[in-house]
Design a protein around this ligand. Structure first.
Ligand SMILES: [Zn+2]
Length: 92
């Protein structure tokens, strides 16, 4: 099991790969890199697109929807920066 402690404290600004809007709340995959994980900006989606386009209709996206990465991380904007809020899916 991975925990938020394995992720960076903040995430660089992300743009939704579906609608090109800056992400306030959304999802991004992360890949293990040594002792930590690095988020893959190319997979970032906002909440709206994540639920409507990526996840099965009306459901939160899962890692398998992205076909890449070791973790699916929920990110939320706090204090002007994006922070990992939770790990919502993990490769088993
Ligand atoms: Zn979007």
């Amino acid at each position: 099991m991975s925990s938020l402690d394995d992720l960076p404290e903040t995430v660089p600004a992300l743009t939704c790969t579906r609608c090109d809007e800056p992400i306030e709340r959304g999802y991004v995959t992360a890949t293990r890199a040594g002792e930590t994980y690095q988020v893959t900006a190319e997979t970032a989606v906002c909440d709206t697109c994540g639920w409507a386009d990526v996840g099965a209709t009306g459901c939160a996206p899962t890692l398998s929807d992205f076909q890449t990465g070791d973790l699916l991380v929920r990110v939320e904007r706090g204090d002007g920066v994006l922070v990992p809020a939770s790990i919502t899916d993990e490769q088993s």
